[in-house]
Design a protein around this ligand. Structure first.
Ligand code: 523
Length: 131
């Protein structure tokens, strides 16, 4: 069986990376993630990411580049990550999150990232564009 894909975005704006604190489920609540979600049937990953960022944060965004790699979540679920440029809107925690934070290069490790997001966050931090 092929794994189901969860897409997440390393959203950049003015040299900072967006971190989102999960409000659910209880075992993940309070931990920080790169925002995103599961692909719906027939969706391509980039489409799913644009949809998820619109639903969860109320922004329009453009996937730029896939961060190489794929990280296992629970059995049957893998995480893929894209760098994302914010096109319009100021992110707000509309769904699934109770706090958002923009992190500069020195602040990336100041939040408690989900374990499974950490390798992608490290790659995202290396690619952080200049302000
Ligand atoms: N992760 C994860 N990291 C990460 C995301 C976006 C998701 O580890 N950056 C995990 C958390 C969940 C699973 O992937 O176990 C699905 O993510 P979720 O709940 O954000 O996906 P949705 O929004 O598509 O979920 P439904 O509410 O079930 O549709």
């Amino acid at each position: 069986m092929t794994d189901r894909v969860v897409v997440a975005g390393a959203v950049y704006d003015r040299g900072r990376l967006l971190a989102a604190r999960r409000s659910a489920p209880p075992e993940l609540a309070g931990r920080w993630e790169l925002p995103g979600g599961k692909l719906e049937p027939g969706e391509r990953p980039e489409q799913a990411l644009v949809r998820e960022l619109r639903e969860e944060l109320g922004v329009e965004a453009r996937p730029v580049e896939r961060i190489p790699g794929e990280w296992p979540l629970m059995p049957g679920l893998v995480l893929q990550v894209w760098t994302v440029r914010l096109l319009s809107g100021e992110p707000r925690p509309l769904e699934d999150h109770d706090e958002l934070r923009w992190l500069g290069p020195e602040e990336i490790h100041t939040v408690d990232w989900l374990d499974q997001d950490r390798p992608a966050v490290a790659e995202a931090a290396r690619r952080l564009p200049a302000p």
